[in-house]
Design a protein around this ligand. Structure first.
Ligand code: TEU
Ligand code: CA
Length: 522
């Protein structure tokens, strides 16, 4: 929400929407990076950790927001981006000056020549992980864009400065962090050879435990919540990372369930993988770990478009499937309305560096502009970054917003959905209330049912007092299922707790309507 008519959402805008968040029923807010930044990667390139980007407001505005949130029993966590900084951060500006500079070893440098980089590793955003610097005849290392040099975690002086910054924020009064790209802070030696996974040299590499243990020390001395974005940490080791007794952090975002299949430009979300992966994470973290649950975020297209068919039913079925799992559910802005992918028509409508880079790569390979645009936009992060829809005309700003509004604000907006009892928004409210009403949804065990079904995801949650069956048809076709006897025995009574269709039935042989979801308690 933009409060000062410059087309950019800001802290005062969020303040104005606290009542909305309260009504939805959430307990905390995670803010994407709002620090001082040249914005090469939507704020994930920080040039001053202790300053707010003026586009979003001031430290004072943030204090006010935290106060207001707390008054409404809502907590606030911030993104903590410590794998890398911006190349405009004072540390890097110093580091670049000479090999002798005291900040040289805050980053990773190695001898190189313009023709020969230290090794052939590839960055996440495409191209080498190395960028050559002619003045010192060395190259610096970056797993993301060249404007995001990686910090050297082996350097205790660097770590000390980072830890001081972390404490500064916790003393400021925030309630925790989402640790960005945290599994990449340790790297293999430069002569490590890439095998089948091009990113293996910086995915949860041994030695990371030392740094995580130091971070844990700090986190454990505050009453806060931490969630790590930790791709490459397997579901087995995630249980150790998030063990309530002595884990490093409280929970982990895995990236595996976002599997896509197909050629670039034709990829689809893989429902069988979605179900299989999330089930494995439920199982492996069951004894002592904890999951962070999500279907949408700022790095992926909208779930209602890649797994759903952009209807209210698919939005609510997907919501039911993931929000009742064991873990802490996250809802990405607009997901609760069933917001959809954006119909990109021109490259000017895109914002992320990664996508612009991909587009130019396709053009360089000789593709037409149209074809390059299609291949780029099919799975761009920008789908999820368009402004939130408050009213029929958008209502995000009185000015032209920083990214175009989607074209379906008339159907998908807060005002209309608040007034309609069967809207995705009101369904999310019910779902959140339901989740909070029975402890079984928090701490009960997870067991998959109908495991082999290609498009129905069903599972049970169980504790000493309650047993619940969650049944979702995640396809746009009717699906016939045969339920276990235990769940349909005529001698037992079954209560439908929630459903996204009228006139639900519950019997052994059931024909599920497209994207139908039913939650039943025994
Ligand atoms: O994303 C990180 C990210 O996508 C990688 O860590 C991931 O492990 C890799 O792509 C493997 O699939 C975070 C932010 O969410 C993203 O917006 C930023 O661009 C990125 O870090 C850099 O800070
Ligand atoms: Ca603004």
């Amino acid at each position: 929400m933009d409060s000062n008519d410059d087309g950019i959402g800001d802290l005062k805008g969020i303040q104005a929407k606290i009542p909305y968040l309260k009504e939805l029923g959430i307990d905390f807010i995670w803010l994407n990076p709002i620090y001082q930044s040249p914005n090469v990667d939507n704020g994930y390139d920080i040039s001053d950790y202790q300053a707010i980007n003026p586009e979003f407001g001031t430290l004072e505005d943030l204090k006010e927001l935290i106060q207001l949130a707390h008054n409404n029993q809502i907590k606030l966590i911030m993104d903590l981006v410590i794998n890398h900084t911006s190349d405009q951060h004072p540390w890097f500006l110093e580091s670049k000056k000479s090999k002798e500079n005291p900040y040289r070893d805050y980053y990773l440098w190695a001898d190189a020549s313009p023709e020969k980089m230290p090794n052939n590793w590839q960055s996440f955003f495409g191209g080498s992980t190395w960028t050559y610097d002619s003045s010192t005849k060395q190259a610096y290392f970056h797993v993301f864009a060249k404007e995001q040099p990686d910090l050297n975690w082996k350097n205790p002086a660097m770590r000390k400065d980072i830890y001081q910054m972390i404490r500064w924020w916790l003393d400021f009064g925030i309630d925790g962090f989402r640790l960005d790209a945290i599994s990449h802070i340790q790297k293999q030696p430069w002569d490590f050879k890439i095998t089948d996974n091009p990113w293996a040299p910086f995915m949860n590499v041994a030695g990371i435990e030392t740094y995580m243990a130091e971070l844990k020390e700090i986190f454990r001395s505050y009453n806060i919540m931490t969630v790590g974005e930790a791709s490459g940490v397997s579901s087995k080791s995630a249980a150790l990372w998030t063990d309530p007794e002595d884990g490093y952090i409280d929970m982990i975002f895995e990236l595996e369930h976002q599997v896509r299949t197909g050629e670039p430009g034709y990829e689809i979300g893989s429902l069988p993988d979605f179900k299989k992966v999330l089930s494995r994470w439920q199982k492996d973290l069951q004894p002592n770990g904890w999951n962070a649950l999500y279907i949408d975020n700022h790095d992926n297209p909208r779930s209602n478009s890649i797994f759903g068919n952009e209807t209210n039913e698919s939005a609510t079925a997907l919501a039911t499937a993931y929000l009742l799992l064991r873990g802490t559910p996250f809802i990405y802005q607009g997901q609760e309305l069933g917001m959809t992918n954006f119909p990109f028509e021109s490259i000017d409508e895109l914002r992320t560096t990664e996508s612009l880079q991909t587009y130019h790569d396709w053009l360089n390979k000789g593709l037409s502009q149209n074809e390059a645009l299609r291949l780029t936009t099919h799975w761009t992060r920008d789908h999820s970054r368009t402004p939130m829809h408050w009213t029929e005309l958008g209502g995000f700003s009185t000015n032209q917003p920083w990214m175009k509004l989607n074209t379906n604000t008339d159907r998908i907006n807060v005002a209309i959905q608040q007034a309609n009892p069967t809207s995705p928004f009101n369904y999310y409210k019910k779902l959140i209330t339901l989740r909070k009403s029975l402890p079984v949804f928090t701490s009960g065990s997870y067991q998959i049912a109908l495991a082999k079904h290609p498009s129905v995801w069903a599972y049970t949650r169980k504790d000493e007092t309650n047993e619940v069956f969650v049944l979702t048809n995640l396809s746009e076709k009717e699906q016939t299922v045969t339920l276990p006897n235990y769940w349909t025995n005529p001698n037992d009574s079954f209560e439908v707790l929630l459903t996204n269709y009228p006139n639900t039935t519950w019997q052994k042989k059931l024909i599920l309507r497209p994207y139908e979801a039913i939650v039943v308690k025994k």
